[in-house]
Design a protein around this ligand. Structure first.
Ligand code: F6P
Length: 528
């Protein structure tokens, strides 16, 4: 179904014209209840969406659009294990990973909950041994450093969460993340650790990802050189993968493999054993708190009417700006340093999910846009870098401002200053400033923002925050009629890189490339 053919889409196009001349300043002036009307409290999170270019009518039409695209039906299909990832014939069940064990979820007639519980139990044993100092390397010394080797979803999620939960880290264990195939990434970490006390987790769902396997082989070589024996690999390597044969071939003890399944998408996998480095950092109890927070949001998403449903509202506001105001990007601006990787994590989550131009029925999409570019950085740093464009640029940039209220590092007036900036920015974007005598100093205002206020950044509240965005992305994918759960767009580059790698290794004449690529390869070969 093409969303532009719905009745709601047509009404929204008309409504957009009516809203052109409406300034949010006036909407607030007219309605003293606007903040109350357009904000929702959920657990320790306040979601304020009143600073948007919307009225009750806008929301009604947006919810009509979601209904016409059968959002309620799709939500149920996802949670029930329907194979909604149609191009890969897979269920989409990251929600099962944080489900209560007594609630069965079926894939091909099998309840997947016991498998999930078994992996959680294995993670519990493993992390308990690590934290007790019982995990020992080839020399008998206890493991002190864990290096996660993975990329994309096997890196960004666990890395972001591990950074965000630094105040919860267990003493005596340091966690490192290697993702880039640029050897610098690995080498800079190897310089800081000792082979005798290091555990490598090779995190790769497919166990075929070239970057990860290259890094893992180099790490193994480093270990074996120091230890003098291949035997050390058993004690120093674990894997998270759905590919047992490849793990075994690599030389990792099958007992040290943590399972993951095809119904867990890479970018949705931090809740699975891909989250093992998180559990190594903060302990299994805190990891399960993270799961519990996400589960709360799953329940909220599944059971709340659209007009009180935070992910649905976040998604439909995004659609309002992307499709009816032509906003090409969406900014994520966390005012808490611990969330500094959150924008980068959301980039993969959102852009790999919704950066699509073929619809769910296999047709090329024409007449509407799909996923925006996601970007951002923590405030206040961003204020001194790119906020100029958000305030005065020619394109609208809807933005999510995220603030935690209870600072983890209270010191003097820092947090009050941070909070003042947070509030000042969203107010300035809303109100603008009229300076008729000097237009360059004037601000139009009327620039939309959401404010997400979280009492304290805990494993549970972080679980909630991430799940809100996961479901937001799902809703947008449904409305745009795309499959948010495949990623065929990454394949061509991988294939070409394979051919080019062979050409870089040899001097054989080049063929089949465009002139630019041929010229560049020639240049690189001469320089080497
Ligand atoms: O190339 C993209 C991708 O397939 C992501 O979707 C995925 O998260 C990442 O690569 C890593 O994949 P794997 O866990 O199989 O190594």
């Amino acid at each position: 179904m093409n969303p532009t053919e719905t009745t709601a889409w047509k009404s929204l196009s008309e409504h957009r014209r009516e809203m052109e001349s409406v300034h949010m300043r006036d909407l607030f002036a007219r309605d003293p209840e606007r903040f109350k009307r357009f904000s929702i409290s959920f657990a320790d999170t306040l979601f304020d969406y009143s600073k948007n270019r919307i009225t009750e009518e806008t929301l009604r039409l947006l919810f009509d659009l979601a209904d016409e695209m059968d959002l309620p039906g799709w939500i149920e299909r996802m949670f029930a294990g329907g194979k909604i990832n149609v191009t890969e014939h897979r269920a989409v069940l990251h929600t099962a990973l944080r489900n209560l064990p007594e609630n069965p979820v079926y894939v091909d007639g099998e309840n997947v909950m016991p498998r999930i519980e078994a992996v959680l139990a294995k993670m519990r044993d493993f992390t308990r041994s690590l934290h007790r100092g019982d995990l020992r390397g080839f020399s008998g010394q206890a493991v002190t450093d864990v290096v996660n080797i993975g990329i994309g979803g096997s890196d960004l999620g666990p890395h972001m969460v591990t950074e965000a939960l630094k105040p919860y880290h267990r003493r005596g264990i340091r966690i490192h993340f290697v993702s880039n195939v640029d050897a610098t990434h690995l080498m800079e970490i190897l310089r800081r650790i000792r082979p005798e006390t290091t555990l490598f987790i090779v995190a790769s769902k497919t166990f075929t990802t070239q970057e990860t396997l290259t890094n893992a082989r180099s790490a193994r070589r480093w270990l074996v050189e120091f230890s003098g024996s291949e035997d050390a690999v058993t004690r120093h390597f674990a894997a998270v993968s759905a590919n047992p044969e490849a793990v075994w071939k690599f030389g990792i003890d099958p007992h040290n493999r943590f399972d993951i399944w095809d119904w867990v998408g890479g970018r949705y996998s931090l809740w699975s054993a891909i989250g093992l480095p998180i559990a190594c950092a903060v302990g299994m109890e805190a990891f399960e708190e993270l799961l519990a927070g996400a589960h709360e949001v799953d329940e909220h998403f599944r059971g709340t009417p659209f007009d009180r449903n935070i992910p649905v509202i976040m998604a439909m506001l995004g659609i309002w700006y992307r499709n009816f105001f032509g906003a090409p990007t969406h900014a994520i601006l966390p005012y808490t340093e611990y969330l500094h990787l959150f924008p980068a994590y959301l980039q993969q989550l959102d852009m790999e999910s919704n950066g699509k131009s073929i619809d769910r029925d296999g047709n090329r999409i024409t007449g509407y846009q799909t996923g925006p570019v996601i970007w951002g950085k923590p405030g206040t740093n961003g204020q001194h870098a790119f906020y100029q464009l958000i305030h005065q640029g020619t394109q609208p940039v809807p933005a999510d401002f995220i603030l935690t209220l209870d600072p983890q590092n209270p010191d003097g007036d820092h947090h009050r200053i941070l909070t003042a900036h947070f509030l000042a920015q969203t107010e300035a974007l809303l109100k603008g400033r009229n300076v008729p005598e000097a237009l360059h100093r004037a601000f139009d205002g009327n620039r939309p923002t959401n404010s997400i206020l979280i009492d304290r950044l805990t494993p549970r509240s972080l679980g909630r925050l991430i799940a809100l965005y996961e479901h937001k992305i799902f809703v947008q994918g449904i409305v745009w009629n795309i499959n948010s759960f495949d990623q065929w767009g990454v394949e061509l580059g991988k294939q070409l890189a394979g051919t080019i790698l062979e050409e870089l290794r040899s001097d054989t004449p080049l063929s089949g490339h465009d002139g630019s690529t041929t010229g560049l390869i020639d240049h690189i070969r001469r320089k080497k």
